[in-house]
Ligand binder design. Structure first.
Ligand code: NI
Length: 175
């Protein structure tokens, strides 16, 4: 188990469509353990997709309650969505930034749990938003795609600063 580096906007792995998991073996379970450690170590993270730690697989985890271990969903698909809901949405791969984004309020999702059992979840508001956000990640999409061009410009400037500061604070980084 290990805390992995969370990939930031600009990393190509975040733009790739993640591969379906065909076999939930020890390697997958160990990836999920790393995702859980990484989410627990993040500040205020409630969801994480595998490609955010550089793993090109259709897996995300979520956690709304600090007392409960995060749960994993494998090969998730949204089967229905309904309504509209505005939420001030952020992302661990776009740190420090958030925008009010409109998306469907309720979604139905199907997927597998860590034991390979089928799960079906109907989720609204924040949980519904999380599912849509993580599914976007697994389809290579970030929340910047919901912004207008001025917001994107501003976001890119802010992200460049965050990445530069990260590099400066990391003694092992090379120029
Ligand atoms: Ni995100």
């Amino acid at each position: 188990m290990a805390v992995r580096e969370i990939r930031i906007y600009g990393d190509p792995v975040l733009k790739a469509v993640a591969e379906k998991v065909t076999n939930i073996d020890g390697a997958m379970v160990s990836i999920i353990d790393d995702m859980i450690d990484t989410l627990n170590a993040s500040s205020n993270g409630i969801g994480l997709a595998a490609n955010q730690i550089g793993v090109d697989k259709q897996i995300f985890i979520y956690s709304f309650d600090e007392d409960k271990p995060p749960k994993a969903i494998i090969n998730p698909v949204i089967t229905e969505s309904d309504g509209e809901w505005v939420y001030d949405e952020g992302c661990l791969s776009v740190p420090g930034l958030h925008w009010e984004i409109v998306r469907p309020k309720v979604v139905n999702m199907k997927g597998l749990d860590i034991n390979g059992n089928e799960v079906e979840i109907e989720a609204d508001e924040l949980f519904g938003r999380l599912i849509q956000h993580e599914l976007d990640h697994l389809n290579g999409k970030l929340l910047l795609e919901y912004l207008d061009s001025d917001q994107v410009k501003e976001a890119k400037r802010a992200i460049r600063e965050i990445v530069a500061n990260r590099a400066n604070n990391n003694p092992e980084s090379k120029i």
